[in-house]
Design a protein. Structure first.
Ligand code: CA
Length: 382
């Protein structure tokens, strides 16, 4: 089965209400999608993760100019061979960021295609599902004005709870004092015995402030403390791990097994968070999961993309072994972003759904989704 075409779609839509995380204001949602077609008439969909401040055109240009010419005519089922080919031929200008997100999009599409060819879900091709349902946690708590929003954020916590979430991640990094105020208000509003909380500062602080915040929040029994410092500063990651009881999480801005090697050998994290749309796709995520397992690190994938990235993440979540085995081990969670995403829910026929507090992992072929191409045309910019 040969690759006959690679089509790239840049999607953008402005947000009616811009929101902030600690690194800036998000004014629009965007996505870089890719459709790979085989000479047997099958198609596979992939997505390059585009974070809130990232122009989707970068990964699209990499796919068009650097990857596509190396893919046409190749065996579409050679997922591992093609990953290495794409990585090695872009190494000198790639290795991180949007170049690896571009490779991720192609890799996800090839796995989807392989699933359609073999008529199996991707998780089956990867060795089977440890679980067919996953507990989601709500990601939200973005800012609409900046500071002093604790009352509104506490109301948001009630909304997530009423929608069936039993875990939620609070966006912090707006100044330690403001962060503490937000956490006090939220934990006074909801029952933190029933709702598990985690925090994410998106690397807003240096070591001292990160430590100060971690210590101030120790009483809340947080499930994890995400991106406390910049991803380059592995020494501070390690020091925070040594000096705080809360598990330290990170990795959404790290890429490929090569990047994760540095994270693991520094002893930087308790929880690794590869994003399937930017860590190098399913092939790289599979290898990162094995490395994490061997290093005693748990894996909780980062997920913020469109419905295609969510679907790829669900397939991956099925295949993650628990790192610390017991009768009742801690299972990986699905990051369920609750921020505004106008085209996410219209992009596939059966979007992500919470039922009795859980999300079911699709068992159809490939990623188990049907893409609505009319929606793509509606938001397409290229
Ligand atoms: Ca994050």
């Amino acid at each position: 089965m040969k690759i006959s075409s690679v089509d790239i779609f840049i999607l953008k839509t402005p947000l009616a209400e811009p929101f902030a995380f600690s690194q800036g204001w998000v004014h629009r949602r965007s996505a870089t999608l890719v459709k790979v077609t085989s000479d047997t008439g099958l198609t596979g969909w992939g997505e390059a993760f585009t974070q809130g401040l990232e122009p989707p055109e970068i990964a699209a240009a990499v796919i068009e100019h650097a990857l596509k010419p190396r893919l046409i005519g190749e065996n579409a089922l050679d997922t591992s061979v093609l990953w290495h080919k794409l990585y090695h031929t872009t190494r000198d200008y790639g290795r991180k960021g949007s170049v690896i997100a571009a490779i991720s999009a192609i890799d996800i599409a090839l796995w989807d295609l392989a699933g359609h060819h073999y008529q199996k879900p991707v998780y089956q091709l990867l060795g089977g599902a440890f679980r067919n349902q996953v507990q989601p946690y709500a990601t939200g708590f973005y800012r609409l004005t900046g500071k002093n929003e604790s009352a509104r954020l506490a109301e948001e916590a009630i909304r997530h709870r009423d929608n069936g979430f039993t875990a939620m991640k609070i966006k912090l990094g707006f100044g330690v004092k403001d962060d503490i105020e937000v956490m006090e208000k939220i934990s006074a509003t909801i029952d933190t015995q029933a709702i598990e909380l985690m925090i994410d500062t998106n690397h807003a602080y240096g070591y001292r402030e990160a430590l100060q915040l971690g210590r101030a929040l120790e009483a809340y029994n947080l499930r994890w403390y995400e991106e406390p410092v910049v991803p380059e500063d592995l020494t501070s990651y390690r020091k925070l791990r040594d000096n705080l009881d809360v598990p330290i999480a990170g990795g959404e801005n790290e890429h490929t097994p090569f990047g994760y090697q540095a994270l693991f050998s520094a002893g930087a994290v308790d929880i690794a968070q590869p994003d399937v749309g930017s860590c190098g796709g399913i092939t790289a995520a599979r290898d990162i999961i094995a490395m994490a397992h061997a290093n005693g690190v748990a894996v909780n994938p980062h997920v913020w993309g469109s419905a295609i990235a969510q679907a790829a993440s669900l397939q991956l979540l099925a295949t993650i072994p628990v790192t610390h085995h017991s009768l009742f081990p801690q299972q990986p969670l699905l990051e369920f972003d609750c921020s505004s995403h106008p085209f996410r829910n219209q992009l596939i026929t059966h979007p992500l759904k919470l039922e009795n507090g859980m999300v079911t992992i699709p068992d159809g072929n490939g990623l188990g989704i049907s893409v609505v191409e009319d929606t793509i045309e509606q938001y397409r910019c290229n």
